[in-house]
Write a protein that binds this ligand. Structure first.
Ligand code: 5GP
Ligand code: ZN
Length: 140
């Protein structure tokens, strides 16, 4: 199993750091975020070290996402959340600060919780959508 001794989440997976664990099995661990943006904000990680979602093998990624989905369901039924954001940041430009694959499960209650996501409409920039689509399709 890949382990990075300088990685905080590897240390958490190895139980070297005090953490409030919600769930664990051989491949996956879920625990509360120490800087929660809402009541119940937790992180789901692969126990093995992968830099981000983008480099995680599909079988492990699926196991992590299954746990994230279950916790999201429980946030609704047990915590009384009105919604849930499931998100994973890939690389610094997207806000990733810990370079070990993790998925945020963020229960949402109302507009006063600590998460704000805004998507600015860039359509006025006259982006060439067919060209963009071709570029992506070609790379797949
Ligand atoms: P990122 O910005 O990489 O997507 O999110 C990393 C998350 O990990 C942050 O929300 C941060 O609060 C959380 N975090 C960082 N260090 C620790 C830690 O030692 N323990 C726990 N439970 N969460 C951590
Ligand atoms: Zn790691």
């Amino acid at each position: 199993m890949k382990f990075d001794p300088n990685c905080i989440f590897c240390k958490i997976a190895d139980k070297k750091i005090d953490t409030i664990i919600i769930y664990e099995d051989d491949d996956v661990m879920a625990f509360l975020d120490t800087n929660p943006v809402s009541y119940g904000h937790c992180l789901v990680i692969s126990k093995e070290h992968y830099d981000s979602f983008l480099s995680t093998p599909k079988d492990i990624m699926n196991k992590v996402m299954n746990v994230a989905q279950r916790i999201g369901q429980v946030d609704i039924t047990s915590l009384g959340a009105k919604g849930v954001n499931i998100l994973t940041n890939c690389y610094e430009a997207a806000g990733q600060s810990v370079k070990h694959f993790h998925v945020h499960v963020i229960p949402r209650y109302d507009t006063t919780d600590g998460l704000q996501i805004s998507m600015k409409d860039m359509s006025e920039e006259k982006l060439n959508l067919p060209t963009i689509a071709k570029e992506i399709t070609k790379g797949m």
